[in-house]
Design a protein around this ligand. Structure first.
Ligand code: T1G
Length: 710
């Protein structure tokens, strides 16, 4: 090890137990030097006659979180077959105990599986999340886990990529001994190692085939799994390679299965989907970096919260806080509205309990954290309050005046507004520095995007605390500059404009929806509008038309609403719905009325190619995103991608709106097409100067530096 360089892998003899400590902050990833250190340490323990057993443990906050994802896509040297850590562990003559705290994920979990025993702290989690970054476990995980828990359970864990709690892993037989929270894991693992030091034969998963018999009894399990993931795995290869590799484990000798696993891995590492998913992974970490606020700025403590407004959004926000253990007071001045809000929350939980995705005990734990109140005096001591009342300026101003009178000094006053100028609420108080936007996306307890909006006077710690709060309630926080629609909704608005205009020009909702579902969206944009309710968009269009004489009306979209077709809630919107069934059905009667209206309006009708529809929708938003970046309302194009992935269900395996635009032949092509539509359609398609500059210099969004911080 170079002089002075920190030892990535330490080895020490603790009374005959060789303790191997991996020390590669922040998450003990298997970066270059770590696998080599592990191999050397295991071989050293085997060669040392004083050593009877070994313990492998992580320094810092976790075991090993997996291979170093940053190494993927680089032309790094291939592993030396036979000398890979999991293969050395397989050959160890002395028992190795993996001692797990924090996370054992990916390659880290695979090394634990290649160890003879596994002990874990009760709060630890294990998992094989490789599929989430477009690859598959490449160090024997698809061969060992099925031998430990059976192919069916293994496939579910590998194809979902989910984390498995130590308690569940212990039930499944993955963890041999649970170490109570707060106990000394290292000491417990050393004691365990002493107890089993002389047990022979050493348990090696490569030698266990009994659980694989499950596949003989149920050979259809692999096809069944392929069918069950078809919808959400559209366009992706990794989930299917995962299934194939588990199927290989049941059909091939162990070493052959490992060899095939490596081949399947090599096919995926540099696939478009793996590159895009790696990009998304790092973009969702980069988004937390605020260039103009110090990373170590002291945050305001938040031990409890208050929500003003028990409507759909207020209730969903309260559920987010309760899910992560925050006591939350839900304020509605009218008892009747409060009761309705609570009933909606309880109904939501009861549905999930019925479906088995939430235990009764967990539901009750969360309900106990939500305290309904009807007076502002009841929330005055809360550390943070989030206003979630009607999107009407006078109503919000009134709320913030009350909050200013009542809330303790230093309380954070956040608003969930989806587009009203934050400064209006801030200026209704004498403490604008404590005010910022915290914009949730419906349904608030489900969607991960948490848009933090900067008011002119928002203090840095007010903003930094909001970003941290989002993470603490399971969201992905992204900073947005103030302004109409902030960043996420503002970048999405042109998509909505173009979809409505293409309907006027002759496209049909079902045609546009199919193209976007084939592109990878879970449901199409018209079906999504039907789900949220068409009256919301209608009201907002009428408000804009009243404020702005140049606002382009959407006569056909308005016609649909004026016919009383509000979407699923009225059984018909852009599509028809059977009672109790959410499946959208094309409506020939509506198609006829649309055609008739378009003819009345004298709008020339024409056919559309799939590619034109896709580009009309997404290029419109790319152009608006460029305007946003040029105005300094977002720090990075990748932040906008994080918003589209977590706020609008943009298909993750395509990386994000801006990442996708980079990949379809360069921004010059995007710019050329937008210029053409500018000629054809006028002002709304005026190309952003930011886009023009990138196109002319051949710069991608990924390489572009933001025009200026917010
Ligand atoms: N490689 C490189 N950097 C990583 C990393 C990894 N595997 N995991 C985390 N980081 C960085 C991250 O970018 C951030 O950096 C910092 O660590 C803290 O992360 C052979 C091939 C472990 C649950 O997919 O899920 O093994 O921003 O903010 O919220 O079969 O990190 O500080 O500069 O996320 O506490 C499989 C990915 C790899 C796990 C912790 N493993 N990591 O969450 O911290 S493929 C994974 C996570 C593999 C084998 C295959 C999470 C976490 P920075 P963080 P966190």
């Amino acid at each position: 090890m170079a002089e002075g360089a920190r030892e990535l892998v330490r080895y020490e003899n603790v009374d005959g137990v060789g303790v191997i400590t991996i020390d590669n902050p922040p998450v003990n990833a298997l970066s270059p030097g770590v696998p080599e250190g592990i191999v050397a340490a295991v071989e050293r323990g085997n060669a040392d006659p004083a050593i009877r057993a070994m313990v492998m443990i992580g320094a810092g906050r976790t075991f090993i979180a997996g291979a170093d994802i940053r190494q993927f896509g680089t032309n790094r040297p291939p592993p030396i077959e036979g000398r890979r850590p999991h293969q050395i562990l397989d050959r160890s003559e002395k028992p190795v105990v993996a001692a797990i705290h924090g996370y054992a994920l990916g390659g880290g979990f695979e090394l634990a599986l290649a160890s003879n025993y596994r002990v874990a702290l009760a709060s630890a989690k294990v998992g094989l999340p490789e599929v989430l970054i477009g690859i598959l476990p490449g160090s024997g995980g698809t061969q060992r886990l099925p031998r430990l828990v059976g192919p069916k359970a293994a496939m579910e864990i590998i194809v979902s990529g989910r984390h498995v709690s130590a308690e569940e892993a212990h039930r499944l037989g993955i963890i041999d001994e649970l170490v109570p929270e707060g106990a000394d894991l290292r000491a417990a693992a050393i004691a365990f190692a002493r107890r089993i030091a002389d047990h022979r034969p050493l348990p090696r998963l490569r030698e266990r085939d009994d659980k694989l018999a499950e596949a003989k009894a149920d050979p259809g399990m692999f096809e069944a799994m392929r069918r069950s993931i078809a919808r959400r795995a559209r366009g992706q290869k990794a989930p299917y390679h995962c299934i194939q590799s588990v199927e290989n484990a049941c059909a091939l000798p162990f070493d052959e299965g490992v060899r095939r696993e490596r081949e399947l891995f090599d096919e995926l590492e540099n696939s478009d989907e793996a590159r895009a998913l790696r990009y998304a992974f790092f973009a969702e970490r980069e988004v937390a970096r605020l260039p103009d606020i110090p990373r170590d700025i002291p945050l305001r403590p938040i031990k409890n919260a208050a929500i003003v407004g028990a409507g759909t959004m207020g209730g969903g926000i309260a559920m987010s806080f309760a899910e992560f253990g925050f006591p939350v007071r839900l304020l509605e001045v009218s008892q009747e509205a409060l009761d309705r809000g609570l009933a909606r929350i309880r109904a939501n939980y009861e549905t999930r309990v019925r479906r088995g995705s939430l235990s009764e005990a967990e539901m009750n734990r969360r309900l106990a954290l939500i305290q309904p109140v009807t007076s502002y005096a009841d929330i005055k001591d809360c550390d943070v309050v989030i206003e979630a009342v009607f999107e009407r300026i006078p109503v919000k101003e009134e709320v913030f005046k009350k909050l200013d009178e009542v809330m303790k000094p230093g309380a954070l006053l956040y608003t969930n507004t989806s587009g009203i100028d934050i400064d209006i609420m801030a200026n209704a108080t004498r403490r604008p520095q404590d005010v910022a936007g915290t914009h949730f996306f419906a349904p608030a307890n489900v969607m991960k995007l948490f848009e933090v909006v900067k008011g002119t006077k928002s203090a840095p710690d007010t903003l930094a605390t909001a970003m941290d709060l989002g993470r603490k309630i399971g969201k992905i926080s992204a900073m947005a500059g103030n302004g109409d629609g902030f960043v996420a909704n503002r970048s999405r608005t042109p998509f909505g404009t173009e979809m409505n205009i293409m309907i006027e020009e002759g496209a049909l909702p079902e045609q546009i929806d199919k193209i976007m579902v084939d592109f990878g969206y879970p449901i199409g944009p018209f079906a999504t509008a039907d789900l949220s309710g068409l009256d919301i968009g209608y009201d907002s269009r009428q408000r804009r038309a009243a404020q702005d004489p140049n606002y382009r009306k959407m006569p056909i979209a308005d016609m649909v609403v004026e016919m009383g077709r509000l979407g699923q809630k009225t059984g018909a919107g852009w599509f028809k719905y059977e009672p109790g069934d959410r499946t959208p059905h094309p409506d020939p009667e509506l198609a006829r009325l649309i055609k008739q209206k378009a003819l009345e309006l004298g709008i020339p009708q024409r056919e559309f190619s799939d590619d034109e529809i896709l580009r009309r929708l997404l290029f419109a938003s790319v152009n608006e995103a460029c305007r946003i970046l040029d105005e300094g309302k977002a720090y990075r194009s990748s932040d906008i991608d994080v918003m589209w992935l977590n706020g609008f269900n943009f298909p993750r395996y395509r990386g994000g709106l801006m990442y996708w635009a980079d990949t379809i032949g360069g921004l010059a092509e995007v710019y050329r097409q937008i210029q053409a539509w500018h000629q054809q359609y006028g002002a709304r398609w005026a190309p952003s100067p930011y886009l023009r500059r990138l196109a002319e210099t051949g710069t991608s969004f990924r390489d572009a530096k933001p025009s200026r911080p917010m």
